[in-house]
Design a protein around this ligand. Structure first.
Ligand SMILES: [Zn+2]
Length: 432
């Protein structure tokens, strides 16, 4: 496929963070040329857009779109134990596929080109991402109880099979994802880290999301969650730590020393009232990598990374009484270049030779006029639904708001049906 994007405003996210005017030519999966004027012919031609790197969502649980709005206005512990865990136990493969398809539709429609997922039935999720053209780091969940998919003792061996199956894939990268220190024993954490090391895969886990989690883990193991991860080989330069809302200054340094990465999920944290503030300024000062995630749609309730960027900048300004503490540029970096470099993908910026993972926004929208500063617009003014085209690995998975490879209406209808089944099963079980 070849795509020419003409007369655009390009937020390049290159080393100099330059914003340019000009054309972009994409051939196959690569950005072949970026210059003031390109006259090459192409299969698709787009004009007059604001173009930026596709957004990278580093913490999500794709099928949880089925539980969007199921269990609002609860704290994390109540939400998990009274709503989410009971309904999750009734999930089957068809529901997972329907929920994942809906999540991917929403992400593609709102400008996400890579996600770092973690859930049950991860092979089904990986297959669905591959089919719909999403770049996905697929985290096979490891936890110390039976999942709706399999018995707990099968999780590690099945995870190994999953890694062997997907490790050579261009779009899908298998990840080992032990859920957390409160739901995985030290032995499970150790085995998970050994498995990741054996195959050189990434690790993905929840860490210090709530104060209660920290207290519980200290009481059970005599160590805070981060220390518990480190003791069991889980704090490495390939570890994505979701949340870190309740970490100390020493833990900030520990994360930076280990070369691990923090995925900051401000919307989910605020909605679940976790009370913690992922210490971005301290993490930046320590030189740690920080990226952004939405978390699942059950605790957000959207997968719109534009909204997450805005919240990420605002929450810290407000909390520290300092409007400069997290800037628009730093925020955009977290959602693009920082995440791409940590995950090891040759994307995150618009430069010749980079993977063609990029998005186009329509500029003739009321919330994007007038234009003083494109970076400010991307972080503070834009919404995911300003995105008109999404290109992943050189493929236009959304082109001028049309989806050439899938049926939007059918995906929404099937998700609705899956949700009905899930809820009716739930009702049946709870009356027994
Ligand atoms: Zn999560």
């Amino acid at each position: 496929m070849s795509i020419l994007i003409k007369d655009s405003l390009i937020i390049s996210q290159d080393k100099g963070r330059k914003v340019k005017k000009g054309d972009i030519y994409i051939e196959d999966d690569v950005i072949a040329e970026v210059s003031e004027r390109i006259s090459t012919e192409a299969e698709y031609v787009l004009t007059g857009k604001m173009v930026m790197p596709g957004l990278i969502n580093t913490h999500t649980h794709l099928p949880m779109t089925l539980m969007r709005g199921y269990g609002d206005d609860l704290t994390l512990e109540e939400w998990l134990t009274t709503r989410i865990w009971p309904i999750e136990s009734k999930l089957n493969e068809d529901m997972i596929e329907a929920g994942t398809r809906l999540a991917l539709l929403e992400m593609i429609a709102t400008g996400t080109t890579t996600c770092n997922d973690m859930y049950f039935f991860e092979d089904t999720i990986a297959r669905t991402c591959k089919k719909m053209g999403m770049r996905c780091f697929a985290g096979f969940s490891i936890i110390d109880f039976d999942t709706p998919e399999m018995k707990k003792e099968m999780l590690l061996p099945e995870c190994e099979k999953f890694i062997r199956k997907w490790r050579g894939d261009e779009l899908i990268k298998p990840v080992v994802a032990p859920h957390s220190t409160y739901s995985c024993s030290p032995e499970t954490l150790q085995k998970a880290s050994e498995l990741a090391e054996k195959y050189g895969t990434m690790l993905h886990t929840h860490c210090s999301e709530t104060r209660k989690e920290v207290y519980d883990v200290v009481e059970r193991y005599g160590a805070r969650p981060l220390e518990q991860l480190e003791r069991n080989g889980m704090l490495t330069e390939k570890t994505m730590l979701a949340h870190c809302g309740w970490i100390t200054k020493e833990e900030v340094r520990q994360i930076a020393r280990a070369g691990a990465c923090v995925s900051h999920n401000p919307v989910s944290n605020m909605k679940l009232a976790t009370g913690g503030f992922t210490p971005l300024p301290e993490l930046f000062d320590a030189g740690a990598c920080v990226t952004l995630g939405t978390d699942g749609a059950a605790s957000n309730n959207k997968l719109d990374m534009f909204e997450t960027m805005k919240f990420a900048a605002l929450i810290h300004k407000h909390h520290r009484w300092d409007a400069q503490i997290v800037t628009a540029q730093q925020t955009l970096d977290m959602a693009t270049v920082n995440a791409a470099s940590y995950l090891g993908i040759n994307a995150g910026s618009i430069e010749e030779g980079k993977k063609a993972d990029l998005i186009c926004l329509d500029m003739d929208m009321p919330n994007l006029a007038p234009m003083h500063n494109p970076i400010s617009h991307a972080v503070y003014a834009a919404s995911g639904f300003n995105v008109s085209s999404t290109i992943i690995d050189g493929r236009a998975v959304m082109l001028e708001r049309e989806f050439p490879y899938f049926d939007k209406q059918k995906i929404i209808e099937e998700a609705e049906k899956a949700k009905e089944k899930l809820v009716s099963n739930d009702a049946k079980q709870s009356t027994n």
